[in-house]
Design a protein around this ligand. Sequence first.
Ligand code: HEM
Length: 265
Amino acid sequence: MKMINRLALIGLLCWLGSLMALPSHAAADREKLLKDPGVYATFVVFKMDEDWWKLDKTARVSAAAEVKAAFQKHSDSVITDTYLLRGLVEKADFFVRVHSPEILSNQNFLIDLMGTTLGKHLVNTYTFNGLSKQANYVPALPDDLKTAMKTPTDAGPKPYAIVVPIRKDAAWWITGQDGRNAMMTEHAAATTAYLKTVKRKLYHSSGLDDLDFITYFETAKLDDFNNLVIALERVEENRHNAQFGSPTLLGTIRPLDEILEILSR
Ligand code: HEM
């Protein structure tokens, strides 16, 4: 009897030991990665090659399942958002926004994604890399604008995402901080009518890409977004936009499953 107890105890200890040896797979903290400075974002834009559409449906469905596993495998080190571009953007079907504190994690995830059966049919049309940072100009805004900039967007679904890459000219970068503060105050003032309908996020890209900024927006009201951009094109700071868009990406925010289902049809 004693022998049996001892064996049972050894068995229990082995089982506990094996549990502790398992990788934790704690999901990456989404809220934090979307809010904090010092987080690296990679925007990867893909188009399916022509051979993909020639595969039979069963092959495409099983390739799609492999893609889900690649996303799952990296969910402890990166957070991902998926967007459908097909039909709205000529050279692309979908894009993925990847965030992590180390761009190496973004790269490792993308290598696995591109290594799947579906991945081998992906044409990587564009890639943008950027970094979230503390605000540079907000601290110098007049108090009313500073307060306005904290306005949360209205609750409710915002199905559209727009990505606009931007490069500033040399004159912008050699303008003193006061001059840039004045121009960014005008920029912020032009946006106040759209604070409730357009959600935004800014990434800094200088040196990490051939860009200076990746600007990212979510909205339900594309007409507001259109008027917002027109308002911003009218301010002095716009003279310093050497590149605005080119490409502009307009897509719909969709879960991975839905995008894979569309690609498997
Ligand atoms: C509701 C809409 C928007 C608001 C409230 C807004 C507000 C701001 C504010 C406050 C900053 C300064 C951030 C800082 O302190 O570092 C800023 C920066 C910037 N915004 Fe906007 N913006 C909006 C839309 C846009 C749009 C539509 C674009 C272009 C497509 C744009 C392009 C930029 C760029 C490139 C910067 C970085 C400028 C720099 O650091 O030199 N913004 N925006």
